[in-house]
Design a protein around this ligand. Structure first.
Ligand SMILES: Nc1nc2c(ncn2[C@@H]2O[C@H](COP(=O)(O)OP(=O)(O)O)[C@@H](O)[C@H]2O)c(=O)[nH]1
Ligand SMILES: [Mg+2]
Length: 221
């Protein structure tokens, strides 16, 4: 088989598993989001700040992916909600099979919200559906405003861009208006929320987005 044929077979198999996961999430009314960014944009920090803002009895769980280490799971567990690390051992993205395996002993009927932090990478994760209701791309102001143009696939497929680390804007030559324009060139109408995980700016808007998007998903099935 050629390399392309093998890749297509892997992606088709992933699509089948992701469709099963999506059906299970819908059946149990679990709103699942898949956070994607370069390493270091602040996915884990955003999830830490999100969990801190949720009520103690929120029915939320987190799966966090990295090539090695349990560091992110250890950070996220401090909030007291169920968290599992998926270490891929070299693979540059999460796939649907990894999610299915990680969920094997988590009853979906006990969850309303499943937050997935993908492996830090703007390329490969965009090709692997995890059964999520929404992909969210995180871009931080230290990465350059041209990234939506350089890595269009993930910006095209994400419903929302979280523009993080806005507290650093006084110190970096990052043009917010240009970054927003570039994101919308690739994905017209894309939602954008500016956040800082250190000052807390934009975090209420982000948590509000999660809440209202979840309600819409549950109502519309
Ligand atoms: N100044 C600033 N630093 C941040 C912010 N969000 C995350 N960081 C820092 O950026 C680094 C990478 O964050 P992390 O959450 O591990 O990113 P991840 O690799 O995308 O999960 C850490 O040192 C964070 O403390 C932010 O909004 N502002
Ligand atoms: Mg992380």
């Amino acid at each position: 088989m050629t390399k392309i044929a093998v890749e297509q077979k892997v992606l088709n198999e992933n699509q089948r598993l992701a469709a099963d996961l999506r059906a299970r999430f819908q059946q149990h009314k679990v709103f699942c989001v898949n956070l994607i960014s370069s390493p270091g944009s602040g996915k884990t920090a955003l999830l830490e700040r999100t969990l801190e803002r949720l009520p103690r009895d929120a029915r939320v769980a987190v799966l966090t992916g990295d090539i090695q280490t349990e560091n992110d799971a250890n950070r996220l567990k401090r909030a007291g909600f169920p968290v599992k690390q998926i270490t891929t051992g070299g693979t540059c993205h999460l796939d649907a099979k990894m999610i299915e395996k990680a969920l094997a002993d988590w009853p979906l009927e006990s969850l309303d919200l499943l937050l997935i932090e993908n492996v830090g990478n703007l390329v490969c994760p965009s090709s692997y559906d995890l059964g999520e209701a929404a992909k969210i791309v995180v871009l931080s102001v230290t990465e350059g405003e041209d990234k939506p143009l350089k890595y269009p696939s993930i910006f095209f497929k994400s419903e929302l861009m979280v523009l993080n680390k806005v507290d650093l804007l006084p110190y970096v030559p990052f043009k917010v208006a240009e970054a927003r324009e570039n994101a919308r060139k690739v994905h017209p109408g894309m939602e954008i929320i500016e956040t800082s995980c250190t000052t807390g700016a934009g975090l209420d808007e982000w948590v509000g987005w999660l809440r209202s998007r979840r309600e819409a998903a549950v109502i519309n099935g």
